[in-house]
Design a protein around this ligand. Structure first.
Ligand SMILES: N[C@@H](CCC(=O)N[C@@H](CS)C(=O)NCC(=O)O)C(=O)O
Length: 237
């Protein structure tokens, strides 16, 4: 049995989708990030970096429990455990891993910073908003070109690279100021095809259920947000 520690954010959505695609049995342990539960000692033992998602696999390597943090590592762990969602041929496998790493290094951080400055930061920050909107557009254009030449990010087959990238890209139409990226045709076709997967529909329903069990951003206390965002009394510089 796998225990997923998380809430409703894009990095956690990846893991819900993978678990549903792989039909692995799992339970969910909500981590109430907007009340600061990621900083509890018990959670820090699972992820010293104080972030969700984390999984604990009771049947890990050697039949022993094993803990994995970082969503990309979790996806690779689940792919290796099951022999699915990642090709075995070395070139095809690394085609997919390259796009998985592009998500981890660029899509996630650039979308995350963009949303931080348009939604969570105090008013102002025009330079930051412009910089991150530009970076989001740039990486979306790269992905759109890839998806113009290939059905999925890794190649002909759906893989962990698609699962990692879908949660932010599906949100493009709902994010302010990103209409040009939302209109990219190959991304739109790819998002639609993933939207229609039964495992994805099931995963997104489970994500709504965990959202109902965790505190939304707009109900967070100011001091918790300061700690989470590393500002005010928690700023290091
Ligand atoms: N690179 C990490 C990022 C994880 C991450 O940023 N998680 C956010 C939610 S999406 C979180 O737990 N934030 C709480 C905090 O920063 O205190 C991953 O892919 O797992």
């Amino acid at each position: 049995m796998i225990t997923l520690y998380g809430m409703g954010s894009p990095n956690v959505v990846k893991v819900y989708i993978a678990l549903e695609e792989l039909a692995l049995p799992y339970t969910v342990h909500p981590v109430d990030v907007f009340t600061g539960k990621q900083f509890d000692d018990a959670f820090l033992k699972l992820n010293p970096n104080a972030k969700v998602p984390v999984i604990v696999d009771s049947d890990g390597p050697g039949g022993k429990p094993y803990t994995v943090f970082e969503s990309g590592a979790i996806l690779l762990y689940l792919a290796e455990k099951t022999g699915k969602l990642l090709p075995t041929d070395t070139a095809a496998k690394f085609d997919a891993i390259q796009w998985l790493m592009t998500q981890m290094s660029t899509v996630g951080p650039m979308f995350g910073q963009y949303v931080h400055f348009v939604r969570f930061a105090p008013a102002g920050n025009d330079y930051s908003k412009s910089r991150y909107a530009t970076q989001v557009h740039r990486v979306c254009e790269v992905i759109d070109r890839r998806l113009g030449a290939s059905a999925y990010l890794g190649g002909a087959d759906y893989s962990v690279a698609d699962i990692a990238t879908y949660p932010w890209l599906r949100m493009l139409p709902a994010l302010p100021g990103l209409a040009a990226a939302a209109g990219l045709p190959n991304i739109a076709r790819w998002v639609k095809s993933i939207d229609e997967r039964p495992a994805v529909k099931k995963a997104l329903a489970e994500v709504e259920a965990v959202r109902a069990r965790t505190t939304p951003f707009d109900k967070a206390e100011a001091a918790t947000l300061d700690k989470l965002f590393g500002r005010g009394q928690f700023a290091a510089a």
